[in-house]
Design a protein around this ligand. Structure first.
Ligand code: AMP
Length: 114
């Protein structure tokens, strides 16, 4: 999508600190980290949010997100201490970038939910 910032990162049109990528997802550091580890795992297909997941192929991207999250958590040494995978959906969900993405957050004790 032309004006999507995450599509631009996927297409290397704007810089980011890429941690990992494969054919289905790109993983990069969040610009405004809320914890020592704050990484975004982003499907390479433009889908606006979780509510737009439709086909089996779409859900395959989410499967990949969780596979990669596990690997990254291990690499970042937070798999033992624990972490969160957060997907904000829509306005009330606090979603600001309208390309589905998953925050992997850890490295400190996280409190509360909202
Ligand atoms: P959300 O509020 O769930 O839509 O999260 C969007 C996240 O994207 C926020 O945590 C932002 O800090 C992050 N973000 C926005 N633009 C960039 C960027 N160019 N590179 C890395 N992270 C970004």
């Amino acid at each position: 999508m032309n004006d999507c910032i995450f599509c631009k990162i996927i297409n290397k049109e704007i810089p980011s600190n890429i941690v990992f990528e494969n054919e289905k997802v790109i993983v990069f550091e969040d610009l405004a980290p809320v914890a020592p580890v704050h990484i975004l795992i982003v499907p390479k297909k433009h889908m606006a949010s979780a509510i737009d997941l439709e086909s089996e192929e779409d859900f395959d991207y989410i499967k990949e997100v969780y596979k990669v999250a596990k690997i990254i958590a291990q690499e970042k040494e937070i798999s033992g201490s624990g972490f969160r995978i957060v997907n904000n959906c829509g306005e009330d969900g606090g979603q600001t970038v309208k390309h589905i993405h998953f925050h992997l957050i850890g490295g400190r004790k996280l409190e509360g939910m909202a």
